[in-house]
Design a protein around this ligand. Structure first.
Ligand code: MLT
Ligand code: MN
Length: 297
């Protein structure tokens, strides 16, 4: 299985267009210790020719341009991207579908909840339904030959723009994690949004060869302390990396091969490659995903 990190940042990207904190200012300035990152997405392939994209980020056009494997190759209209799986209906996971118009056939796999949200919005009518198939992401599906997928419920909440309607509690199908297994049995777990580490989450991750896990914030209250926001990570649907109940503690005993944090918010100190926080994460056996990383497993 080939995995490419198309984007490593959380919603808004890094730097975020209106963010002036030191992290963001250094990234705007091009400081090599603060590498710019696009919004979270992975590309996965079993054969190196046909690709599955996990989450259609608003940056997908830039991500495709930066990734030769995803360039059109044959004839006048073509894309190696044959399927997209959506983990939730957040803007940073679905807005890229709008870029994927232009009469190109591919399949979109999503839960009933996410599909309903997308199809209720007339702007997604730009995807010609005679070419773009909407399929149900469930317990067992195969979006590309040789890549078996299992969707599992991720503790989370409806998208920010639906909180007024659907509330801030769990909603069935609002957020899923994915476990993808190739023909040789190698497996990838992608869980960029996870509000709590439950026994079910631990079980879903256990034994994965490669894990990409929610690394939105370093500490639960980092945006409150810095004055950048009023919400904790958890209120936004994300466990913090550190602290009680955080990802590092909660996943300490899980069997997993390479562990990457992904969906990293622009407030997170680990975006500074020279920071003590980054060093602490790496010494703990985790890596910080960055745009353009390639992993063969
Ligand atoms: C999140 O991951 O919390 C969301 O993407 C936030 C947002 O929609 O801006
Ligand atoms: Mn997000």
């Amino acid at each position: 299985m080939k995995i490419i990190v198309l984007g490593a940042a959380a919603g808004g990207g890094f730097p975020q267009w209106n963010a002036a904190s030191t992290n963001n200012a250094r990234a705007f300035a091009g400081d090599p210790n603060f590498l710019r990152q696009t919004q979270a997405s992975l590309a996965v392939s079993a054969n190196g020719d046909d690709w599955l994209v996990l989450n259609a980020s608003p940056d997908i056009r830039q991500q495709i341009i930066a990734t030769p494997e995803l360039h059109p190759k044959n004839g006048l209209r073509d894309s190696p991207i044959k399927a997209v799986v959506l983990g939730n209906a957040d803007v940073d996971a679905v807005a890229g579908l709008l870029t994927m118009r232009e009469r190109q056939p591919f399949a979109v796999w999503a839960t009933t909840y996410v599909r309903r949200v997308i199809l209720a919005n007339p702007i997604f009518g730009v995807l010609d339904r005679s070419l773009v198939r909407f399929e149900t992401a469930g317990h067992a599906f195969e979006p590309l030959p040789g890549l078996k997928c299992r969707a599992f419920a991720a503790p989370g909440k409806p998208p920010l723009y639906l909180e007024q309607i659907d509330g801030i509690g769990p909603a069935e199908g609002a957020s899923i994690g994915l476990r993808i297994t190739d023909a040789s049995g190698k497996s990838l777990v992608f869980l960029p949004s996870c509000a709590e580490i439950t026994p079910d989450v631990v079980a879903a991750i256990d034994g994965a060869d490669v894990l990409f896990f929610d690394g939105t914030m370093y500490t639960d209250d980092e945006m409150i302390r810095s004055g950048e926001g009023q919400k904790t990570a958890r209120r936004m649907g994300h466990v913090a990396m550190t602290g009680t109940g955080g990802a590092i503690e909660g996943l300490r005993r899980v069997k997993a091969g390479a562990r990457y944090f992904v969906h990293i918010n622009n407030s997170n100190p680990v975006l500074n490659r020279a920071s003590p926080e980054r060093k602490a994460i790496e010494q703990g056996g985790w890596r910080i995903a960055e745009d353009g990383m390639r992993i063969d497993v």
